[in-house]
Design a protein around this ligand. Structure first.
Ligand SMILES: Nc1ncnc2c1ncn2[C@@H]1O[C@H](COP(=O)(O)OP(=O)(O)OP(=O)(O)O)[C@@H](O)[C@H]1O
Ligand SMILES: [Mg+2]
Length: 243
């Protein structure tokens, strides 16, 4: 099995505050990983650091993706290599429709002009999988979207861009119980033996729906324990105190 992502001893600061303190993680093709941890533990910071968001400073460690050292690579290059991130708090962008946003991203990704009608058909089909109203495709990106609609829009991008590694930050937040099932089904439809998923979540329901291979517990900037699905129940029942 090929290794997609390998993180060694990652230490990250933001605004002089040490957030990640020696984090290790390995993700192979075909695997689904869930990260759970208390608020402020560094989960979102980790995803940002993988994409080398310049607001975060790496003070130690190394990140490899598909055998390339991406520790200090530019974010757009890392994205082009096949890393995707859905945001905990998706931005609202006026003047760019959901359709044009995805079209531009796909043009950049493939280096070609995507056919308008093919993409329209594709996105309409994928919106249906996610139980998203088609009208959202022509609206400005996330502007006036409900919390759940924003999260579904992120997963629509995932399904269309089809990256090698999908990093999803609290995709469950704001989703109603039925939507959690629908979105989980959408995420599972993306999964193949050649790609991988890294999900950050506080929702035991979503974590279980995704049937992860590994569950990591991230506390105070480190992965303190890695286990299987049983950890989800433990977190649900006891919180993080016994980790
Ligand atoms: N730019 C920044 N400046 C200062 N502190 C920051 C910055 N970015 C993140 N932090 C701090 O780093 C810590 C980790 O934040 P992070 O967003 O990674 O937590 P999280 O594990 O995703 O939490 P949550 O479950 O609440 O989303 C927090 O205490 C946060 O306030
Ligand atoms: Mg977070």
């Amino acid at each position: 099995m090929k290794t997609l992502l390998k993180i060694d001893n990652l230490c990250v600061k933001a605004n002089k505050k040490q957030i990640l303190k020696g984090l290790n993680l390995k993700i192979n093709e075909g695997e689904t990983h869930v990260i759970m941890g208390p608020n402020g533990a560094g989960k979102t910071t980790l995803l940002n650091a993988i994409l080398n968001n310049p607001s975060f400073e790496k003070t130690k460690g190394q990140i490899e993706f598909c055998d390339c050292d991406i520790t200090n690579e530019k974010t757009d290059k890392i994205a082009k290599l096949g890393v995707f991130m859905s945001f905990q708090n998706p931005q609202e962008i006026e003047g760019i429709s959901v359709f044009n946003f995805i079209k531009t991203a796909k043009n950049k990704q493939t280096g070609e002009n995507v056919n308008y009608f093919d993409l329209k058909d594709e996105l309409e089909e994928k919106a249906q999988i996610l139980n998203m109203r088609e009208e959202l495709l022509t609206r400005d990106l996330n502007v006036g979207f409900s919390g759940g609609e924003k999260k579904k829009d992120e997963i629509l991008q995932l399904l269309s861009l089809n990256p090698k590694l999908a990093m999803l930050d609290e995709t469950d937040s704001g989703l109603d119980v039925d939507a959690i099932k629908i979105v989980s089904r959408g995420i599972k439809s993306y999964r193949t033996e050649k790609n991988a998923i890294l999900v950050v979540t506080h929702s035991a329901k979503m974590a279980k729906e995704l049937e992860p291979d590994f569950v990591h517990i991230l506390i105070d900037g480190k992965i303190v324990k890695t286990g299987g699905k049983a950890f989800i129940d433990q977190v649900e029942k006891e919180g993080f105190k016994n980790f």
